[in-house]
Design a protein around this ligand. Sequence first.
Ligand code: CO
Length: 136
Amino acid sequence: MIERIDHIGIAVHSIDQGRKFYESLGLEVEDIEEVESEGVRVAMIPCGESRIELLEPTRDDSPIAKFLAKRGPGIHHVCLGTNDVDGDDQRLRTKGIQVLRPQPTIGAGGCRVQFVHPKSAGGVLLELSQPPANDP
Ligand code: CO
């Protein structure tokens, strides 16, 4: 079941630079993590019950590097939090909705994630994320 907007993913050339704006709003970076498989560094900035996720590429061939080259910095994806990413994945496939991965994979924070292609989601890259079992 989809439970909330978990975070908004924003592509930046540099977390060190990009974080300053959010810090000037009084928000704070909670955690910075590198996801080697995605070629990305991720900074999580809590914002009420949701979060801002800053995405900085670590390799020129990473999806975020390609996004920045094509479109520049800005909103990259919207993430919905779910308690059953496998069930959502199956349901979407049944309905012919295009998902990006053969099955959910492990993303930042140990969450299990799947992505819905923008063609199937009204032009928005949509992430579905299920937190690890030990999270509230
Ligand atoms: Co995300």
